[in-house]
Design a protein around this ligand. Sequence first.
Ligand code: PMT
Length: 223
Amino acid sequence: AQSQELKGKKVLVTAGGTMERLDPVRYLTNDSSGKMGFALAEAAATRGADVTLIAARTTANPVAGVNTIHVESAEDMLQAVLERYDSAELVIKAAAVADYRPVTKASTKIKKGKEKLVLELERTTDILKTLGERKKDQFLVGFAAETEQLEQYAMDKLTRKNADLIVGNDVSQEGAGFNVDTNIVQIFGSEGLVESLPMLSKREVADRLMTLITTRMKAAQGA
Ligand code: PMT
């Protein structure tokens, strides 16, 4: 059993792919299964944390002892996270949040009509960036799903979104990223690359990451 190094700490984890509705029966989403975020929630709970998991569309199995809140869109996720942000001590954003959503959501099923249909999309709010701007004492961990130049993009996200750590995964690699049971991650902090992990189960990645996070949280608190 893990030591209770996060005992009493409030931890917020996001997981899964947001769903951006076009009409009552159709939506835009992505390949996230939620497995990475659920594994992180479990790893935090095992360490004694009081975990709230904010889950968008997912196929992952529920985690015992974790308060799971189901949401649909990026906007829903933003609200659910913001409501709990001030009291959280650690926030991990493993969710694949849509960057764009349809400008209008039809209230009735869109009927088949002309040969071509053009969808107009608009930017969603960047949740991680919003959290970075409002950060007080929270330890903020983001992910970066990239298909090229992992280090450059991960470091850019760390700075722009004011995160304490960014977990980069090259989702073009086999055994990494969306909808598989394993991941291959590189973890970046303000000093650059902190840890480069081989292909491991998402649960193992979650454990390694949690160990690094708890060490850094302790250091930040001057303990
Ligand atoms: O769910 P699985 O199938 O297990 O797959 C895991 C995963 C590939 C989804 C996960 O490891 C991962 O990389 N999650 C982040 C996916 C993503 O959206 O990456 P991004 O590089 O587009 O976003 C960077 C960060 O900003 C992420 O922490 C993301 O949660 C956050 N973000 C992005 C857009 C937005 N509007 N708001 C956000 O908060």
